[in-house]
Design a protein around this ligand. Structure first.
Ligand SMILES: Cc1cc2nc3c(=O)[nH]c(=O)nc-3n(C[C@H](O)[C@H](O)[C@H](O)COP(=O)(O)OP(=O)(O)OC[C@H]3O[C@@H](n4cnc5c(N)ncnc54)[C@H](O)[C@@H]3O)c2cc1C
Length: 396
């Protein structure tokens, strides 16, 4: 079943596949842990990826969803979905093209903001962190308390963000702040580009059990120029972020990254290189691998159906939430099964002499719990399925 992707999209997919076959180099290849952000500090990898992005751009494949006035083709996000799927299938960097930030700036930014930020964001010459979550709760985003008060040509920001990934290295923070405390919960919010080097910005690390490094960000009388208020008009932030939701939604699930890892695991299980007997002789592990194969196929169907619906302008919150829940819980289940399969060897870190499967199992085991609550917890996603999918009333 092809979910009705148009001949143009399938032709684009063919061009991407051909490009990758011609330009793939071993030093560009990453493991499953890269999808979760591990290894992004590898400078050699980063410069090889920058070269690869330039080639993608030259071949006319990078700006496919980029606005036409900035050298793009302005095509729907499903083209980027296909591009990212193909990159993941080959273990290449999938986070290319539009991001939430560039999508909102392209749609709602002032001309000055488009000139200042868009090209640099595409080339990753400018890096961002996302300042959404706050200490009093990330699920209730509209309840955020960071305040911004206008003072002439500047805004003065005070508040705290939490779990801010990349805050230690980012040039700017995409910062949601309340600009009208008397307006309705969703109405008084604005988005600011906060320069992380400005006085009053303090970043403190928050370590996780995985390779994710998040941070607390404290904003104490941080002065942000008015030209860095997205769109130039206050109180539009909630609406602006929602406009980019399609882009967020379409990229749910990392089917091909998981499939690559799963295929490696199955090959490993079949071989008797490391044990006297092939692992597949263990009936319990056979069953577990069989279950994962079924789960992986469900993920493929959900991710493609979600992308198809977004492309048809028939966005379904229920399917998007199902894809998010299933994808993150599949990753968690797969990591647990692989740990059982490798026994004590599974605990060895990347780089260790005896590590199997390139040490990816140990990272996957530690990295797989957080995505179940990052980016909207799975409990909240299940509540969305109950309300918007099954029509249950909002819980009291
Ligand atoms: C590794 C990692 C990286 C992250 N990176 C970023 C980042 O870069 N930028 C950023 O802004 N945030 C980031 N986050 C934060 C993430 O988005 C939040 O953790 C998430 O939104 C949940 O918010 P919370 O942790 O405050 O939990 P809360 O919202 O306080 O929820 C606590 C518990 O209550 C449950 N709950 C809450 N509301 C409901 C409801 N209505 N129905 C049912 N159950 C409910 C939740 O499911 C959860 O179990 C990151 C988190 C992690 C783990």
């Amino acid at each position: 079943m092809d979910f009705g992707f148009s001949p143009d999209v399938l032709e684009f997919q063919r061009r991407v596949r051909e490009f990758i076959a011609d330009n793939m180099r071993p030093e560009l290849q990453t493991g499953i842990s890269y999808v979760a952000g591990a290894g992004e500090d590898d400078q050699e990898l980063a410069s090889a990826q920058a070269e690869f992005r330039k080639l993608l751009d030259k071949a006319g494949l990078l700006r496919v969803a980029w606005p036409k006035e900035f050298g793009g083709e302005g095509l729907p996000p499903v083209y980027e979905y296909v591009l990212r799927q193909e990159l993941e299938r080959n273990g290449l960097e999938p986070r290319v093209g539009m991001s939430l930030t560039s999508a909102v700036i392209a749609k709602c930014g002032t001309e000055e903001q488009k000139d200042e930020f868009l090209e640099k964001l595409l080339n990753k010459d400018l890096t961002m962190c996302a300042g959404f979550s706050e200490p009093r709760g990330g699920s209730d985003l509209a309840g955020l308390e960071t305040r911004a008060v206008r003072d002439g040509d500047e805004w003065v920001l005070n508040g705290q963000k939490i779990y801010t990934t990349y805050a230690d290295t980012a040039d700017f923070m995409w910062c949601l702040a309340r600009t009208d405390k008397d307006a309705g919960k969703h109405d008084g919010i604005s988005i600011f580009m906060v320069d992380m080097s400005h006085p009053g910005v303090t970043v403190r690390p928050l370590y996780t059990m995985g390779t994710y490094l998040t941070h607390e960000v404290f904003l104490d009388d941080v002065r942000v120029p008015h030209r860095h208020l997205i769109g130039g008009e206050p109180n539009q932030g909630w609406y602006q972020n929602t406009l980019a939701l399609d882009l967020e939604r379409i990229n749910i699930g990392s089917y091909f990254a998981y499939k690559r890892f799963f295929d490696e695991v199955v090959e490993f299980a079949k071989s008797d290189e490391y044990t006297s007997k092939a692992i597949v002789d263990n009936s319990l592990l056979r069953v577990r691998l069989g279950e994962l194969a079924v789960d992986l196929e469900i993920l493929r169907q959900l991710a493609n159906r979600n992308a198809y619906l977004v492309n048809e302008n028939a966005v379904s919150s229920m399917i998007a939430s199902m894809a998010k829940v299933w994808s993150t819980e599949f990753y968690y289940r797969m990591a647990s099964v692989v740990m059982q399969l490798l026994g004590p060897f599974g605990q060895l870190k990347k780089g260790s002499k005896w590590a199997l499967l390139a040490g990816e199992a140990e990272i996957a085991y530690r990295n797989s719990p957080p995505p179940r609550f990052g980016g909207g917890t799975n409990e909240v996603q299940r509540d969305i399925i109950a309300r918007r999918g099954l029509g249950l009333p909002r819980s009291r």
